[in-house]
Design a protein around this ligand. Structure first.
Ligand code: PHE
Length: 452
C-alpha cells in the first residue's frame, strides 16, 4: 500500500544539496556563534564536533533509513515499518517539533528579512547604535510579526507547489553562493584590528569551562544544526531514489554543515573582539548587532560596497533560512497531506497559519510579552529549548534504538548498502554506532541534565 505518486528528488547532487540546505541555515550562521559565545569558545567546539560525527550523523543515517524504507511522512513511516506498535509517537513528536521549530525560526528569519531591506535602504550605515536599532525593532509589537508573516508566506508558496523541483534547483545555486560570501566575509573579519583575540577564543580550548550544561548545549546544537530528531531528514529521504548511497550522503551533509558553522565562527568572533562594546555572549542579537559593525568597519570608506555587501549577505542568510524552513514545513505538510488527505496547498496553509500564531507569540516575547514566562522562559526561549534540548535529543535516542534494535537487520543492511551493491564496512561501522554509541551516549547526557 505504498504511495507511488509521491514526488522524488532528481539526482544525487540535488539530494545532498537539498539535505545540506535543510541543515545549513540560521543554526550555523546565527545559533552556532551564539552558543559558542555563551559556552566558552574552543572547548565547546571540540565537544560539538564529537557529537556531530559520533551521535548526530548516525541519527541522520537512521532517519535516512526510516524515510527511504517507508516512503511515507514521519508518522506513517513508523506505522508502516512497525505496525501496531507505539513507535508512531516518535513521529508525532517530530510533527510537534516541526511546528515549534518553524515558529521561532521564522522570528529570526523575519529579523533577517528586515535587515536585508534595511541594508538595501542604507539604514545600517555608520554612526548608528546597532544595539539600539536591534532592540527597538525586536521589541516593537507588530513590525517583527509582519516580517514573520512575510517569511512564512515565502516558505508556504514553495512548499505548496511541491518542494522537490524548487528546493533542488534552488539549493544548487544558493549553497555555493553562500559559501563564497562566507569566505569573503571571513577574509574581511580576519583582517580587522584585534581579530587575534577572537581567533584565540575559537582555537584555544579551556576545558575548565566544560560543564554538564555546556555538554547538553553542544549536543542540542549538533542536532539542531544537522536537522536531526524531528523527522525532517526522514521526510526528505522518503523522496530519495534507490541508488542514493545513504552513508556517504550523510557524511557529505555533515561535512558541509560543520564547515559552514566553523567558518561562520571565523567571521563573527574576530570581528566581535575587534569591535568594542559588543559582548561575545550577547545572545540571539549577536549576529544582528555585530555584523553591521563588521560591514561598517570593513567598508566604512567605500559606503557603496558596504551597503551592497551587507545587503547581499542578508539576502543569502535569508535564503539559507528558507532552504531550512522549507524542510521544517515539509515535515508537517507531508503529514497533513498524507494522513488527512488534504490537498498539498491546503495542508501547507494549515501549517503556515499555525506557525504564524505561534511565531507571533515568540516574537512578542521580546517586547510586550516579555513578562509572560513558562518555566522561567519566554515563548521564544521555550520553543528553542523544547526543540533543541528536549524533543530533538529524545527523539534521536528513540530513532537510533528503532533502527538499531527494532527494525529488521536485513532491511537496515540492504538500505545501507543499497541492496548489497555498496561496501559493507562503512555500513557495519554505522550499525555499531547506531546500536551502541548513539542511544547510550545520548541517554546518559540527556538523563544527566534531566535529573539535575
Ligand atoms: N538545521 C537548521 C539550521 O541549522 C535548522 C533545522 C532544524 C532545520 C530542524 C530543520 C529541522 O538552521
Amino acid at each position: 500500500m505504498q504511495n507511488t505518486n509521491r514526488g522524488s528528488f532528481g539526482g544525487k547532487l540535488g539530494i545532498i544539496l537539498a539535505s545540506a540546505g535543510s541543515a545549513v541555515g540560521l543554526g550555523n550562521i546565527w545559533r552556532f556563534p551564539t552558543e559558542v559565545g555563551r559556552n566558552g569558545g574552543a572547548a565547546f567546539i571540540l565537544v560539538y564536533l564529537c557529537f556531530v560525527f559520533f551521535l548526530a550523523m548516525p541519527v541522520m543515517v537512521s532517519e535516512f533509513v526510516i524515510g527511504r524504507a517507508s516512503k511515507a511522512n514521519t508518522v506513517d513511516s513508523y506505522h508502516r515499518l512497525a505496525p501496531g506498535k507505539p513507535w508512531f509517537i516518535v513521529g508525532y513528536l517530530g510533527v510537534l517539533g516541526g511546528f515549534l521549530v518553524l515558529s521561532f525560526y521564522s522570528v529570526v528569519a523575519g529579523w533577517t528579512l528586515h535587515y536585508t531591506i534595511a541594508s538595501l535602504l542604507r539604514q545600517l550605515t555608520s554612526g548608528r547604535d546597532y544595539g539600539e536599532f536591534f532592540n527597538n525593532f525586536v521589541s516593537n509589537p507588530w513590525q517583527p510579526i509582519v516580517y514573520v508573516a512575510l517569511f512564512l508566506l515565502f516558505t508556504h508558496f514553495i512548499v505548496a507547489r511541491g518542494v522537490q523541483a524548487g528546493i533542488e534547483r534552488y539549493s544548487k545555486i544558493m549553497m555555493p553562493a553562500l559559501l563564497a560570501i562566507i569566505l569573503i566575509l571571513m577574509t574581511c573579519s580576519l583582517s580587522m584590528p584585534g581579530s587575534r583575540e577572537g581567533l584565540r577564543f575559537l582555537l584555544h580550548p579551556d576545558f575548565s569551562k566544560v560543564t554538564a550544561s555546556v555538554v547538553l548545549s553542544a549536543m542540542g546544537q549538533a542536532f539542531f544544526s544537522l536537522s536531526v530528531g524531528i523527522g525532517c531528514l526522514a521526510t526528505y529521504a522518503s523522496y530519495f531514489q534507490r541508488d542514493v548511497p545513504l552513508v556517504s550522503s550523510a557524511f557529505s551533509v555533515c561535512f558541509i554543515d560543520t564547515l559552514v558553522a566553523i567558518l561562520s565562527g571565523f567571521i563573527i568572533f574576530p570581528a566581535v573582539f575587534s569591535v568594542s562594546g559588543v559582548e561575545v555572549d550577547a545572545g540571539p542579537g549577536l549576529v544582528f548587532i555585530t555584523l553591521p559593525n563588521v560591514f561598517n568597519m570593513a567598508f566604512g570608506d567605500v559606503p557603496v560596497v558596504g551597503y551592497l555587501f551587507s545587503g547581499l549577505f542578508y539576502i543569502l542568510l535569508l535564503l539559507a533560512a528558507l532552504t531550512s524552513s522549507i524542510s521544517m514545513h515539509e515535515i508537517d505538510t507531508a503529514f497533513l497531506h498524507e494522513k488527512f488527505h488534504l490537498s498539498r496547498p491546503h495542508a501547507a496553509s494549515v501549517v503556515t497559519a499555525v506557525c504564524l500564531v505561534l511565531g507571533a507569540a515568540c516574537s512578542l516575547s521580546f517586547g510586550s510579552w516579555e513578562d509572560v514566562r513558562i518555566f522561567g522562559m519566554g515563548f521564544f526561549e521555550l520553543f528553542d529549548f523544547l526543540t533543541a534540548k528536549f524533543i530533538m535529543p529524545l527523539c534521536s535516542i528513540f530513532i537510533s534504538i528503532f533502527v538499531g534494535w527494532v527494525l529488521d537487520r536485513k532491511l537496515v543492511r540492504s538500505e545501507l548498502t543499497n541492496d548489497n551493491t555498496l561496501h559493507i564496512r562503512a555500513a557495519r561501522f554505522f550499525v555499531f554506532l547506531i546500536r551502541w554509541v548513539a542511544p547510550f551516549g545520548m541517554s546518559i547526557i540527556f538523563l544527566n541534565e534531566l535529573l539535575s
